[in-house]
Design a protein around this ligand. Structure first.
Ligand SMILES: *Cc1c(COP(=O)(O)O)cnc(C)c1O
Length: 366
């Protein structure tokens, strides 16, 4: 049986008629960028999050870029971020001219709070918290530390739509929450998209202006902005998908439970959820000392896997200029050699899951 690491068609077919009807509605409306679908989506996603202001954007990266820009974090400033994140988190910081300072992850792939305090300097302006793989971070301790040192907290929720901390949605705990709607994410569009969420009307207004060339009044420009608008098609399709958020969350929980219940192999360490955290299972990530062998074993059975992520940002060519030598972040670097994302997608059948479980359980070393 051929099982790709991810397949997006299944999620589409679950509600095909509604997506197609919405697509036609938008096509026939004669209005395609920043219109009533975007406004309605912003309202509805805000209600879902329990947050007053949502501003639709072109991508998750743009959300991060504009969040730091609106907060005035730039040249000469440092931002703390975990070392084991997707490169976009780091680019959101560095594109503004600020310097990323990497913190080690804990056993749940999230920021290790015990490594945070020691890395705060005079220049530190903000902490970027990434709720990686869909599991919420230890926000209580992070927010307390941020308050003590007067730091902004930005949340990268590109993988954590719907994950909570003490019943409160990730993305609403810090100053600004940044979301991506890339098709693979837990709230995925059918193209690129993103947004910021904030309780601050001023920050929301500033980002609303910046997303449209810095214009608050048509053809008058307050500052040099960007073109980072969410289009009507994506917003309309996102509204359909958002209405199934609970259904999707429950399905992902069931898929993860099934894997965790049936997978048993001493060489494969299964993902854990920290006490007090919730996970929306953006990925199901196992650890294996002999990851390449496990990948090859699964590949012989036509099971696709992915590595999120094989190279930590500090070791990438893009950030060679930071001159952070290999070995500086041992835990981050070790994880990059061990993590493996198993096939995991909406619409995955039990038969497919059993096939993957049997293949993983049948993996032997040597
Ligand atoms: C996907 C992702 C982003 C970037 O989102 P795009 O919409 O692809 O720009 C940022 N951070 C994390 C953790 C992501 O997974």
């Amino acid at each position: 049986m051929k099982i790709p690491a991810s397949r997006l068609d299944r999620g589409f077919f679950q509600h095909q008629a509604e997506y197609e009807a919405k697509a036609l509605e938008v096509l026939r409306s004669g209005w395609y960028v920043l219109g009533q679908e975007v406004s309605a989506f912003e309202e509805e996603f805000g209600a879902y999050l329990g947050c007053d202001h949502v501003v639709g954007l072109n991508s998750g990266l743009d959300a991060l870029i504009l969040a730091f820009r609106a907060l005035g974090v730039g040249e000469g400033d440092e931002v703390l971020v975990q070392g084991n994140t997707y490169i976009a988190s780091v680019m959101g910081i560095s594109i503004n001219g600020a310097t990323p300072v990497f913190v080690e992850p804990n056993d749940y792939h999230n920021l290790d709070v015990s490594d945070l305090a020691g890395k705060i300097t005079e220049k530190t302006k903000a902490i970027l918290v990434v709720h990686l793989y869909g599991q919420s971070s230890e926000m209580g301790e992070i927010l307390a530390l941020a308050k003590k040192h007067e730091l902004y907290v930005v949340e990268d929720c590109a993988q954590s739509h719907g994950a909570t901390v003490d019943g409160q949605m990730t993305g609403t705990l810090g100053d600004i929450g940044c979301f991506s709607f890339f098709p693979t994410k837990t709230l995925g569009a059918f193209g690129d998209g993103g947004c910021v969420a904030t309780s601050s009307p001023e920050l929301a207004e500033r980002i609303r202006t910046l997303r449209n060339y810095g214009s608050s009044q048509r053809y008058y420009f307050d500052e040099v902005g960007m073109n980072s608008r969410l289009d009507e098609m994506q917003a309309g399709l996102l509204r359909v998908r958002l209405s199934y958020m609970d259904e999707m969350r429950v399905e992902r929980e069931k898929l993860a439970e099934f894997y965790s219940k049936h997978m048993q192999n001493p060489w494969v360490i299964l993902p854990q959820v920290a006490e007090g955290a919730t996970a929306v299972w953006h990925q199901y990530v196992v650890l294996c000392e002999e990851r390449e062998a496990l990948m090859a074993h699964l590949a012989t059975k036509e099971i696709g896997t992915l590595i999120h992520y094989p190279q930590p940002p500090h070791l990438s060519q893009a950030y060679a200029y930071l001159q952070i030598p290999k070995g500086s972040l041992p835990k981050t670097e070790a994880l990059a050699d061990k993590v493996l994302s198993l096939p995991f997608y909406l619409g995955m059948t039990e038969e497919e899951q059993i096939y993957v479980v049997d293949a993983v359980n049948g993996f032997r070393l040597g």
